[in-house]
Design a protein around this ligand. Structure first.
Ligand SMILES: N[C@@H](CCC(=O)N[C@@H](CS)C(=O)NCC(=O)O)C(=O)O
Length: 266
């Protein structure tokens, strides 16, 4: 169910920017697009927040013009993204979406891209060691990845999912997140890019897995008070009101049959 030509936020789109937007592949080769006078971030991703949630929320909070380029149907979206991503056939140095394009700089891998925009926009207050902030994002990324198949898209089959959710490793990761978070945000009273990444992971899991599993009494994040608070606070930022993309498309969320299989799985 693809539905939109392009999500765009920012009220100061100039003529030149419009021209570049109409010619996306050309933007990659245009060094003049980078610089403080021309802050226009492109986010290449499917028509949802998904793994691009932190990137989109940070652009909104920073108040910069950005485009979330996607097309009206799956095939056209693939054609739009393909020149920029090796997984879709492009002869480039970035593999899979999400991809951030900032002038002539291209960063993929959601953690790297989140750290890039976090530094670019200054969402780094109270972070004293950058490697630790990146580690926290990678821990969250590993946690999320444990719920999905190796293509990064489909949720595990119900029996595997149940083993993971009820296993010790999942519980100990959740306990560790509570240790990592100073409160109310990861590094104290100011939010950083790590908090945006945490919000991405929690909202995505809620939409795709945990929401549907509530009907069979799975309440995985019940004891994750600090993680939940981080996510809720970031999702409730006034800047988030401008975001139009859904967290996840319905086809990527557990359906009723999968929930029933989960309930019956040993
Ligand atoms: N580790 C990567 C995973 C990227 C990923 O799996 N992207 C998915 C979308 S959520 C995709 O489109 N994959 C297509 C593919 O790998 O062929 C990241 O965090 O960015």
């Amino acid at each position: 169910m693809f539905f939109s030509a392009e999500f765009r936020v920012g009220s100061h789109i100039q003529e030149r920017e419009r021209e570049l937007l109409n010619n996306l592949p050309g933007v990659l080769d245009t060094a003049e697009t980078r610089g403080p006078l021309f802050v226009m971030i492109q986010i290449h991703y499917w028509p949802m927040l998904g793994r691009a949630g932190a990137l989109i929320r940070m652009c909104a909070e920073a108040g910069v013009d950005y485009t979330h380029s996607t097309a009206a149907d799956p095939q056209s979206t693939i054609e739009l993204l393909a020149p920029h991503l090796a997984a879709l056939g492009g002869k480039v140095t970035n593999f899979a979406p999400p991809l951030v394009v900032d002038g002539n700089i291209c960063v993929s891998q959601s953690v790297a891209a989140t750290a890039y925009l976090g530094e670019r926009f200054g969402f780094t207050e109270n972070i004293s060691i950058m490697a630790v902030a990146v580690q926290y994002c990678l821990d969250l990324h590993d946690f999320f990845s444990s719920f999905v198949q190796s293509d990064g898209m489909s949720v595990l089959d119900p029996a595997q999912l149940k083993r993971w959710i009820e296993g010790e490793r999942c519980a100990s990761m959740l306990e560790m997140f509570e240790e990592q978070i100073v409160g109310p945000f990861y590094f104290g009273d100011k939010f950083t890019f790590v908090d945006f990444f945490a919000c991405q992971v929690v909202t995505l899991l809620d939409a795709r897995v945990l929401g549907p599993l509530e009907t069979v009494s799975v309440a995985l994040l019940d004891k994750s008070t600090k993680l939940r608070e981080v996510s809720n606070r970031i999702a409730a930022l006034p800047s988030a009101a401008s975001i139009k993309a859904p967290v996840a498309l319905g086809e990527y969320c557990l359906g009723a049959d999968a929930v029933e299989e989960y309930r019956c799985a040993k």
